[in-house]
Design a protein around this ligand. Structure first.
Ligand SMILES: Nc1ncnc2c1ncn2[C@@H]1O[C@H](COP(=O)(O)OP(=O)(O)OP(=O)(O)O)[C@@H](O)[C@H]1O
Length: 291
């Protein structure tokens, strides 16, 4: 990770892409006759030092896009480049290690990356062993505590087992674990979606601070438009595997042109929000039928 200088921040608007996604296709074959197209000619770019939100309702292809980007899923066609290097299927430890130094993923459920029977420090230690071979045992412990302090946790949290931590604390551990690899990009897949609103706000604040302190870039996957204004610079809107609208946060949130984006906005919780009856039917049945 590198520190962002004021000059770098000032030129963010023209920043070169750190992730380039070109014409991705991915179809899942569910049976001999049934298939679902999760990605249909998807192209987008994440500018270095910025946050690109990928929004859309459940099943629109957001997680598949994220998984293809980090190499957990293979596309049928198209290409992803991270810092100019194509993401290709590989079992080479060296290639996987180099990719892990570029991009780390944070999932909705932090439990998946934590070992139930070990203190959470063990998870971070494992990452440090892989990515900081220069550190001895004491050096790793010192770095671990530094990472915990960065995400607002203490030594007490480091030595606790996952079950003793709250959802927000576990998500902070997952973020510290990702940072331990010192990546350039975090792919955050619904990373705050399971948290209570107040905890969600604190984790979003943490992510904003980490981004500016370390010059990180974020691909922020969410179905919840209410968090997008807070964290993102650019937005792509996905529907049934396609990108149907893209632009800056204010383009998409204040001046959406696509009827589906307008419906998503109408369904986003905000102060005074009341669910509209039939909205989901309208979303599934055809956005252009309902304003
Ligand atoms: N491994 C898989 N096998 C079969 N179908 C899959 C698989 N992964 C995703 N799909 C299907 O691809 C489509 C897109 O799924 P994806 O998880 O990418 O959407 P999403 O927008 O992230 O939704 P959610 O927020 O619910 O995860 C869905 O119809 C889903 O059922």
């Amino acid at each position: 990770m590198t520190e962002t200088s004021p000059a770098q921040s000032a030129t963010r608007g023209d920043a070169a892409p750190i992730i380039e996604v070109e014409h991705l296709e991915r179809t899942f074959h569910l049976s001999r006759t049934a298939r679902v197209t999760a990605l249909d000619d998807v192209s987008c770019a994440l500018r270095a030092g910025t946050c690109l939100a990928v929004v859309g309702e459940s099943g629109s292809g957001k997680s598949t896009l994220a998984r293809v980007i980090v190499g957990l899923e293979t596309a049928d066609a198209g290409e992803v480049r991270i810092a100019g290097t194509p993401v290709r299927p590989t079992t080479s430890r060296r290639a996987l290690h180099e990719r892990a130094k570029l991009v780390q993923m944070v999932f909705q459920d932090p439990q998946g990356s934590l070992n139930r029977s070990l203190p959470v420090a063990a998870t971070i230690n494992e990452m440090l062993q892989a990515h900081r071979p220069d550190l001895d045992r004491a050096g790793r412990r010192a770095r671990l505590l530094e990472l915990f302090a960065e995400v607002g946790l203490t030594e007490r949290h480091a030595d606790a087992k996952p079950e003793a931590l709250s959802g927000g604390q576990k998500q902070r551990v997952a973020i510290a674990r990702a940072l331990a690899a010192e990546p350039e990009v975090l792919v955050l897949d619904e990373a705050v979606s399971a948290l209570d609103v107040s905890v969600q706000a604190q984790v979003l604040d943490l992510l904003k601070r980490l981004r500016s302190e370390h010059g990180l870039s974020y691909l922020f996957i969410t179905h919840d438009l209410s968090v997008v204004r807070d964290i993102a610079d650019d937005v792509v809107v996905m529907r049934t595997g396609r990108i149907i609208e893209r632009g800056t946060v204010s383009d998409i949130l204040d001046r959406p042109t696509d009827p589906y984006t307008r419906l998503l906005l109408a369904s986003a919780p905000r102060p005074g929000w009341k669910p509209r009856r039939g909205l989901r039917d309208a979303l599934i049945g055809g956005a252009d039928r309902t304003p």
